[in-house]
Write a protein that binds this ligand. Structure first.
Ligand code: NAD
Length: 381
């Protein structure tokens, strides 16, 4: 069978779902590989590099979609791409099934199979296919780099002949995958790093990475930011007040805030209020990784960088992985390659779409003319 990767059509998207390296691995599974002309250019992979890896370059998106049995891409398909699906095709990409009824209906009516990468169950066996985590890791890293680029001072403290420089103080709000990556980057650059999460069980991880966990003035047995299946749940008013009071206390001394707090299937909680921004020193920076879901900071504008009247820079970019397209394409292409390995147990270049397999079942949103989303809970943890 042929697996093909088109050029991403979403404006400003630099990633690509197949790299020359991943193509070599896909060929070992028995597949022929195709790439649309120029699809890897923005991520630093030339057509010549693909050809050298045994990949056929298709001149147009239309010819690629026509020839490929399996299409691997990054962003959810646009209307033209949905029209190109047919009964015998499998699409593997982010698909946003919870907010893409139209896309699922279109794929169903064509009889195509869609595997949504954000639906890969978060169980140990599937970590190698977990594109949400691989992209969140990059976003967390890049958020700190972006903050540093907009912060006019060092992260690390220094004593120099020209004077003493205090270390920067960085607060990371939310210590999930992106938050932990941000903590690692911030501490390795030498900043004094604080982190907070509603899930108290992450305190140990935060501390093992050299950051200080921020505890609230709150009765421990009432600490109800607690988790459901590793994710945060909505907090009580009382808990929220205690959290905001702590942030208010920290705001005047913190130089950089990276917010990553999300609650599944909801708007991002608002945690950094206008008065906190106003209390920050001029030159401080906020990077809001929750911007796409409405933002954790009241003043965030999605996809923009703004500077407030008191000189605080607020970055609301929603495309951090795309800003590191070489790295994110390599990791995403590896996630896809592992998904293909699961789909091809015989390594014979033929897909065996096993709906009894927890991971494949969990990620499949349309199959054999049916919408199969949402999936049943996985049997194995
Ligand atoms: P996420 O992106 O949904 O949320 C980011 C973080 O924000 C979470 O840690 C959450 O607790 C936190 N948060 C929510 N509301 C908050 C608030 N009001 N204040 C502060 N923080 C708040 O989460 P994620 O990064 O996708 O990961 C969530 C969990 O899933 C983690 O425990 C992670 O270890 C786990 N996980 C497991 C696997 C696996 O087993 N394969 C893979 C990935 C993630």
């Amino acid at each position: 069978m042929k697996i093909g990767t088109p050029k991403e059509t979403y404006k400003g998207e630099n990633r690509v779902a197949m790299t020359p390296d991943s193509a070599v691995q896909l060929q070992k599974l028995g597949f022929e590989c195709l790439i649309e002309k120029g699809a890897g250019a923005a991520a630093g992979f030339s057509d010549a590099a693909y050809e050298a890896a045994g990949v056929e370059v298709a001149k147009t998106a239309a010819s690629l979609w026509k020839a490929a049995d399996i299409i691997a891409k990054v962003r959810q398909p646009d209307a033209t791409e949905l029209k190109r699906l047919t009964k015998d095709k499998t699409l593997i990409s982010f698909f946003n099934p919870a907010g893409n009824e139209e896309g699922m209906e279109a794929a169903k009516s064509k009889g195509a199979t869609v595997i949504a990468m954000e639906m890969v169950p978060r169980i140990s066996r599937a970590q190698k296919m977990d594109a949400l985590s691989s992209m969140a890791n990059i976003a967390g890293y890049r958020a700190v780099i972006e903050a540093g680029n907009n912060f006019g001072r060092f992260f690390t403290g220094q004593v120099t002949a020209a004077g003493k420089v205090p270390p920067a103080k960085v607060l990371i709000v939310g210590a999930g995958v992106a938050g932990l990556a941000a903590i690692g980057t911030s501490t390795s650059l030498g900043a004094i790093t604080y982190a907070f999460d509603v899930r108290p069980e992450v305190a140990e991880q935060v501390e093992s990475m050299g950051a200080e966990f921020v505890y609230l003035d709150f009765e421990e047995d009432q600490q109800d930011g607690a988790s459901t299946g590793g994710y945060a749940s909505v907090q009580s008013d009382e808990f929220r007040e205690a959290q905001l009071a702590k942030f208010r206390e920290l705001a005047p001394e913190i130089d950089i805030v990276i917010t990553t707090a999300l609650i599944p299937n909801r708007e991002a909680p608002e945690l950094w209020t206008k008065d906190m921004v106003e209390a920050m020193k001029p030159g401080s920076v906020i990077v809001d990784l929750a911007a796409e879901k409405g933002g954790n900071c009241k003043l965030t504008v999605a996809d923009e960088k703004i500077v407030t009247d008191n000189g605080v820079t607020i970055i609301g970019y929603t495309d951090f992985p795309s800003r590191m397209a070489a790295q994110s394409s390599s990791l995403y292409a590896t996630n896809i390659r592992h998904m293909m390995t699961d789909l091809t147990p015989e390594k014979d270049g033929k897909v065996n779409h096993d709906m009894e397999d927890d991971v494949i079942r969990g990620a499949t949103v349309t199959h054999e003319g049916e919408i199969t989303f949402p999936p049943p809970p996985p049997k194995v943890q």
